[in-house]
Design a protein around this ligand. Structure first.
Ligand SMILES: [Cu+2]
Ligand SMILES: [Zn+2]
Length: 183
């Protein structure tokens, strides 16, 4: 009976969505209950397997980024916001360089750094999971001169190696192994 109710609820939600006048355009943002804009990325491997969910939420004049990863080999991996919302496998070069609206160099340990898109390394444990939360100061999810979701959007990219947080332009982080467009 509980399962039946659940199925009914799912049908209801789907039916409501189908009645919406149109799909939101690429790069549009939803409003959270607290009023801050939010965007989410489904981060997938080169063969389309889900690897992480990334959420970017406007909090005051900052963006709070949360990344939750699963089904990854144990290790330490670079993660960045890249400047273009396009994830074409197998190399994900379509996502462009790190999001950098203020013209800085790469890395928090670089005196000329850092990019707005620079994030902490993702530490994956033996259970295949890992996560972090990080605040990007003086940035907006949408709108203004430091908008993450500008005309061509943005993507969350995970790399094969750790970021050294110093080497311009990409921290010696190796290949791009997973990518998700913020929507
Ligand atoms: Cu990157
Ligand atoms: Zn960078």
């Amino acid at each position: 009976m509980k399962r039946l109710s659940l199925m009914f609820a799912t049908t209801l939600v789907t039916g409501t969505a189908a009645c919406a006048p149109s799909e939101p355009p690429l790069g549009s943002v939803a409003q959270t209950a607290t009023g801050g804009a939010t965007a989410t990325a489904d981060v997938r491997s080169v063969v389309g397997q889900s690897r992480a969910t990334a959420t970017a939420t406007q909090i005051g004049d900052s963006i709070r980024v949360r990344v939750d990863a699963q089904r990854m080999p144990r290790g330490t991996y670079a993660a960045h916001v890249h400047t273009t919302g396009a994830c074409a496998p197998p190399d994900f070069n379509s996502a462009g360089p790190h999001w950098n609206p203020t013209g800085q160099q790469h890395g928090r340990n670089n005196p000329a750094g850092m990019h707005k898109g620079d994030l902490p390394n993702l530490a994956i444990g033996s259970n295949g999971r890992g996560n972090f939360e990080f605040t990007i100061p003086a940035a907006s999810v949408s709108g203004g001169s430091t908008a993450m979701l500008d005309g061509d959007g943005a993507a969350l990219v995970i790399h094969s190696q750790a970021d050294d947080h110093r080497t311009d332009p990409s921290g010696n982080a190796g290949a791009r192994i997973a990518c998700g467009v913020f929507r």
